[in-house]
Design a protein around this ligand. Structure first.
Ligand code: DLZ
Length: 159
């Protein structure tokens, strides 16, 4: 099976003092449970404080991320699962989530960890969900990326 995570770095950072908001969609419950568990593990390890909010689908993630950024979050972690079906909805939902979350991040300056799985089928999603037997833990990776970027941005001072 093709791996999405080949070449990924192992990121460990101290997120003490950061306030992180996890925004999580609700489709595909078993996979979402894995992503959320991985995100919680990584947040606890980082020392950051966090809150969680749920939205119905991945399409709704950008507006929740935008609100979290506006309310003062140091970093946002977006979690969702989109599985290709027989309708063009897959492309629309993936595209809206990806471009919407990118826009929030760049416009607000608040890093958004991208933990949205876009998969051909459920087996592929389960393999990335951080569950027992999964080969990847994308919820944890999204947390590590968001926290590391928030720490980097805090230290970014023009010469
Ligand atoms: C409509 C839809 C479909 C077909 N598939 C998914 C999916 O696989 N994952 C997901 O998170 N959301 C899906 N949605 C719902 C949309 O994200 C959105 O919630 C609805 O279009 C209502 O705005």
């Amino acid at each position: 099976m093709r791996m999405s995570g080949a070449g990924a770095p192992k990121v460990t950072v101290d997120g003490t003092g950061l306030r992180v908001v996890v925004v999580a969609a609700s489709w595909h419950e078993q996979v979402m449970d894995g992503l959320l568990a991985g995100a919680r593990r990584a947040l606890a390890e980082s020392g950051a404080a966090w809150t969680e909010v749920r939205v119905p689908g991945s399409f709704e993630l950008p507006v929740a991320a935008a609100r979290a950024a506006a309310m003062g979050a140091d970093a946002v972690v977006a979690l969702g699962v989109v599985i290709r079906g027989g309708t063009p909805h897959f492309e629309y939902v993936c595209s809206a989530a990806t471009s919407g979350l990118t826009d929030v991040s760049v416009r607000t300056g608040v890093p958004v960890g991208f933990g949205v799985l876009t998969c051909d089928d459920e087996a592929q999603a389960l393999d990335r969900a951080g569950l027992a037997g999964s080969r990847e833990d994308k919820g944890a990776e999204a947390v590590e990326a968001a926290v590391a970027t928030a720490v980097t941005l805090r230290g970014l001072v023009p010469a």
